[in-house]
Design a protein around this ligand. Structure first.
Ligand code: IMP
Ligand code: MG
Length: 178
């Protein structure tokens, strides 16, 4: 077991860049939904920071739900197995659904969620937004409708993302040098 200290974390995306990009993304979403109500579904725990900062910049009526999934065990490699820890949702039939994720890596989580929503509800519209897109690591053929930043194959922490449950609280995104 490797212990990561703060000096092992190098800044990749500053707090200011994240906030600027979130405002840009919110502008796009505001235009797309034309003041129609949307259900924001944030994926805990990683997307919590992104979700709350994003919704603060949205203008339409917003309902917020959170689900909890886990795919990474402890450590830095995806298991490919998505576990629904808590996927309790209201009736989403005929609703606009916007899934908010921290990062798309292999794509297993995004695929699982997309299939789950479509097989359980007759939704009005479906979009998937991720703050980070690690496109180089994709194994499942799925892409977000919107994303904040594309990143290289680095393990990142901060702004919700963790390593062994630590460093979610950073207001910037850093990477761990391996
Ligand atoms: P996927 O199912 O492989 O696309 O992985 C999605 C989940 O893995 C994300 O929601 C994150 O919780 C986690 N994850 C992927 N890459 C990283 C990373 O670089 N740092 C921290 N968590 C990550
Ligand atoms: Mg996650």
């Amino acid at each position: 077991m490797i212990t990561i200290t703060k000096s092992d974390i190098k800044q990749l995306i500053s707090a200011e860049s994240i906030q600027n990009r979130i405002k840009e993304l919110a502008d796009i979403i505001n235009k797309e939904y034309n003041n129609e109500e949307i259900y924001i579904i944030g994926v805990l725990k990683g997307a919590v920071m992104f979700t709350v900062d994003l919704v603060k910049n949205l203008n339409m009526p917003v309902k917020m739900e959170f689900i909890r999934l886990s795919s990474y065990g402890s450590g830095v490699t995806s298991t490919g197995q998505v576990r629904a820890v808590d996927i309790t949702l209201p009736d989403l039939n005929e609703k606009n659904v916007l899934i908010v994720e921290d990062i798309i890596d292999t794509g297993h989580t995004a695929k699982f969620l997309t299939e789950f929503i479509h097989s359980n509800f007759n939704i009005k519209s479906y979009k998937f937004i991720a703050l980070l897109d690690k496109r180089c690591k994709r194994v499942v053929d799925i892409n977000p409708d919107l994303f904040g930043f594309e990143i290289d194959d680095k393990f990142v922490v901060g702004f919700g993302l963790d390593i062994d449950e630590n460093y979610r609280n950073l207001n910037y995104i850093g990477y761990i040098e391996t």
